[in-house]
Design a protein around this ligand. Sequence first.
Ligand code: BES
Ligand code: MN
Ligand code: ZN
Length: 508
Amino acid sequence: MPTPQLTDPATSRWSVLPDALGDVLADLDPTDLLLAVPVPDDGLRQDERAGAALALVGLAAADVEAAHEPSSEAGATTRIPLVPGERAARAVFLVGVGKGTAADLRTAGAALGRAGRGRADLVVAVGALAQEPESAGALAEGIALGGYTSPRWLSEGTTPSKPPASAVTLVGAVDERAVLRAVARARATMLARNLAVVPSNTKNPAWMAAQARAIGRRTGLEVKVWSDRDLRAEGFGGLLAVGAGSVTPPRLVQLSYAPQAATAATPHVVLVGKGITFDTGGLDIKPAEGMLAMKTDMSGSAVVLAVLAACRELDVPVRVTGLLALAENAVGGAAYRPSDVVTMYGGRTVEIGNTDAEGRMVMADALAYADAHLDPDVLLDIATLTGAARVALGRTMAPVYATDGGLGEALVAAGRATGELLWPFPLVEDYRPSLDSPVADVNHIAGTPVGAGSITAALFLREFVGERRWAHLDIAGVGRSDVDRGLLTKGGTGFGARLLLTWLEEMA
Ligand code: BES
Ligand code: MN
Ligand code: ZN
C-alpha cells in the first residue's frame, strides 16, 4: 500500500503579476487552463478589468451579463464555454465574490481551487478586488484549501484524487507577500488534516512521534520525545493511565521554535495538543456511532505540530514550544478503570469518573509539565475534548476559555481574521465544587452533574496550569467535517492552525 505524501502537502506554484493578463495567457496551453473572472455584486459591467479580461477571449461584459446572468453570490460559479481555436482559453469561469469581503473572497477562492483541481493552470483576473493584504490572503487561502483533497490509501493501479492546479497565477493589484504567507498557513491546515485522517492502525503514538521528528528536522525545530519508559520515570500518570489499555504505549513530544533574533526578553508561548490516536472510550466504551469518528481525536496535536512546522517560514516573532500529548484510549486488561485514583505529573491525584474523559488526563499532564518546566508567558491548549462543545456551538464555532480577557479577545480576533470562529465561554466558578472528590485531590468529571460538560472539562484543566495566563480551545465540534463544501473537506478540518499562526504572527 503506497503511503501518500502526508507531511509535506502539495500546493500549486504560485505567482502574482500586476497586469498584462494577455501576456500571461499567451504563454499557456488553452486546453488545460482555467481562466477565472470575478463577478462583484454591482455586476460585471462596472468592473473595468473584468471587462478587459473578457475582451481578451472575445466576450463583451454586457453580452455575458445578458446571456448568462452570472450570480455574484460568493462562491457561485458560471462556466462559459468558448469556441476552440483562436481563443486564449477554452472556457471562462465566472465566480461570484459578493461584496468582496475577506470571507467572500475566501469562499470564492475555495470554489476556484476546487474547479482548478487536476489542471495545469488556474489564472485569476483579480483586478482591484484584493488590494488589502487581508483580502489577498483570504483569496489565496480559499484557492489553496479548495484545491486540497484528503489523502487516500488505494491499491496500486487505481486512480488517485486530482492534485491542486499545478500553477496558480493571480493577475492584478495583489500583495504577493500576503499571498505567500496565506499559502503557508493553508499548508499548515493541510498538514493537520492529513494527519487527522490517517487510519489508526497506522497512526499510533510512536508513529505520531516519528512524524514530529521528521517534520521538526525539515523545518528547523528542536524535538524531544518521551518514551513510555521516560514517562514512567518522570511520573506522567495521566498519559500512562490513558495509554495503559493499548498495545501501542503513550508518548509525549516537545517541539521548540525560536526566532532568529530571539533574546531572553522574547515572549514564550507553549501550545499543548490532545493526541488521542484512537478513542474507544476505554472501559466506558463508546457506542459504534460515537466511536467511528475517533481516529481524528488527535486533531489538537496535529494542529500544534502543523503550527510549529510553519513558524520558521512565517517568521513568527515569539518563542513557541509545542507539546503533543499522545496516547491511544483502548480497551484491555491493563486499562484504567472508573473509580481508579491516578497520580498525575507533579503529584496531584485524580479520581476517575469515566474512562472516556481521557483527553483531560493527557492534557493535564502536559499542562502541568509546561507550568513546572517551560516558564510560558502564555499557555494555550487545543483539544477535541467534549461532545458538549458541539452541542453548544455546532460545527462552525469553537468555545474558547481564557484566564484573562485580553488573551481571549486576541484569539477571537485572530479567529475572525481567518474564518476559524471562536466564541468566548466562561469558567463558571459555581461549577468548580462539582470537581471535589471524596477520595482524591480532584474529580475528573463533575461528580454532581451540572450539565455543562465543556465548562467542567475546562475547569478541570485549569487545576493544572498554575498561575499561568492560559487559554483553552475545545474543538470537538469543529475538528471534523462530514461534508465536502467550501473550504472544508470530509474528515479532519485542521481547525485552529491558521488561527493560531495568525495570532502568533501578530504577537511581537
Ligand atoms: N473525544 C471525545 C470528545 C468528542 C466527542 C470529540 C465527539 C469529537 C466528537 C472525548 O474524549 C470524550 O469522549 N468526551 C466525553 C466526556 C464525558 C465522558 C465526560 C464526552 O464528551 O462525552
Ligand atoms: Mn473520550
Ligand atoms: Zn477523546
